[in-house]
Design a protein around this ligand. Structure first.
Ligand code: NDP
Ligand code: 2IT
Length: 453
């Protein structure tokens, strides 16, 4: 007798299942919830997606690899970290996504990031699947030699799971040019192959022009597209930005180039508020502080007397026209969203991944604020990573200007797709819905073509 299997579980039943199968994985459950509510609406009358259980399959990673990473610190202590690579979905291309080194890294955080990456990469229009990796290693306060030993040990296991047509990692929090260099060097040493297995590489060894700038610049281009859609522009507007790493500093740079004024930057210790504006000269000083001296944002106020440092605080109470969360997940909650709205914020563009909590997003939507979610707004980084892969395969390199134009076009294309699926008909664009549906559709249709795999 054929068994009775309900293919039409509703959204609540679906989410109950996700919670049951992923106990305690709060970030992952949050990311799935945010996508599932829009997808359920979209597939309501589309039997084929239900029948093939597509959403259930996308929310179950293809593979979760977890491994021990042993290394020796400068005092000859043996240290043990946990490394991961989550290969979420490769329906439309090799797994692609960053590596994060931060003490908060665990399976839930990386699964949420790999899940989000699947939709983000699809939105770029380039052939890339979704993955993410990392370790609960804290690079802060470590010597270069310690970071090198850690990266080498991490790659000694990771190398067997990745490859230019299999899975292509890149940087994320705590992983920049230095770490990518150490990991690429170890991959090359182990395999005796020079191939485009990582992106975000140095310019000397196959890195792409524009990759370091791409995420931050792209988040501002996305904002610019949202503003343009409403007949507005960045020029003359004030911006509050969180973070002071790769994404935040480049977002600040592009806001400034477009004639906006950046008021804040932050790190996990607190934020700086500079009412005079954080101009290019100050941004260059911060880049040196962060990338070379590996210092803290609090040092800014010793150098620039116009600024104040607010310890243990986030910048969202500062009055502004534009807000760009560029640090980490869940760094902007409902109260902070409300403070931004009350202070007249017009547009929010997420350089970070899932920086706004679910109830924070609701505040922006209820107030009809232009709100660009990370999976659309920060897709410029992975898009230029995709272009780095193309250049490596062809053994060529394009110049800065050409890549700049390609990035601008890619962000415009992503904005268009969000409008196509997210326009509520009353002039308001729900960019979350647009990004979720457009990202889902391409991956889902590819999966349908493959049958039950
Ligand atoms: P960096 O390591 O260069 O910078 C991270 C910044 O965020 C630092 O200022 C850091 O401060 C701050 N930060 C990190 N964790 C926390 C925390 N728990 N609380 C408060 N502040 C924190 O990383 P990126 O700039 O590359 O990444 C920032 C965000 O952008 C992440 O969400 C990442 O996933 C996302 N992203 C990055 C892309 C890229 O190309 N690099 C692409 C797309 C998205 P501190 O030094 O004190 O830790
Ligand atoms: O979250 C992200 O999109 C990244 N960290 C960049 C991924 C990539 O492969 O460039």
């Amino acid at each position: 007798m054929a068994s009775v299997y309900d293919r039409h579980v509703d959204l609540n039943q679906f989410m109950e299942g996700v919670k049951k199968r992923n106990p305690g994985q709060t970030e992952f459950i949050q990311a799935v919830q945010e996508v599932a509510q829009d997808i359920y609406e979209f597939i309501e009358d589309k039997e084929e997606y239900h029948e093939a259980q597509i959403l259930r399959r996308i929310a179950e990673p293809d593979r979760v690899v977890s491994f021990r990473v042993c290394w020796e610190d400068d005092n000859h202590n043996i240290r043990v970290q946990r490394g991961f690579r989550i290969q979420n979905n490769n329906a439309i291309g090799p797994y692609k996504g960053g590596i994060r080194f931060h003490p908060s890294v665990n399976e839930s955080v990386l699964k949420f990031l790999a899940f989000e990456q699947t939709f983000k990469n699809s939105l770029t229009g380039l052939p890339m699947g979704g993955g993410k990796g990392g370790a609960n290693f804290n690079p802060r306060g470590k010597s270069d030699a310690e970071v090198m030993r850690f990266c080498q040990s991490f790659m000694t296991e990771l190398y067997r799971h990745i490859g230019p047509d299999t899975d292509v990692p890149a940087g994320d929090i705590g992983v920049g040019g230095r770490e990518i260099g150490y990991m690429f060097g170890q991959y090359k040493r182990i395999t005796n192959r020079w191939e485009g297995v990582l992106t975000g590489k140095g310019q000397e060894y196959g890195g792409s022009q524009m990759r370091p700038e791409a995420t931050g610049y792209g988040a501002v281009y996305f904002l610019q597209n949202m503003l343009k859609h409403k007949g507005e522009d960045v020029e003359g507007k004030t911006a509050v930005i969180s973070g002071s790493g790769n994404v935040a500093t480049h977002a600040a740079e592009m806001i400034t180039k477009l004639g906006g004024k950046v008021l804040t930057l932050s790190d996990s210790g607190g934020f700086i508020h500079d009412p005079d504006g954080i101009d290019q000269e100050k941004i260059d000083w911060i880049k040196h502080l962060k990338n070379v001296k590996r210092g803290r944002i609090s040092e800014y106020v010793d150098e620039f007397k116009s600024a104040e440092y607010h310890e243990d605080a986030r910048p969202w109470s500062v009055k502004c026209d534009l807000a760009l969360p560029c640090a980490t997940q869940n760094e902007l909650n409902a109260d902070e969203a409300k403070a931004l709205v009350d202070n007249g914020v017009q547009g929010v563009s997420e350089g970070a991944n899932m920086p706004t909590t679910l109830d924070g997003v609701k505040v922006f939507h209820d107030a009809k604020i232009m709100y660009g979610p990370g999976k659309a707004a920060n897709a410029g980084g992975v898009a230029v990573s995709g272009l780095e892969m193309s250049q490596n395969s062809e053994r060529i390199s394009w110049n800065h200007e050409r890549l700049g134009e390609m990035l601008t076009d890619l962000m415009e294309g992503i904005h268009e797709k969000c409008v196509e699926y997210g326009d509520d008909g009353d002039g308001y664009v729900d960019y979350v819905k647009g990004a979720n549906i457009a990202g889902f559709k391409k991956v889902a249709d590819a999966m349908l073509a493959f049958g039950v795999v």
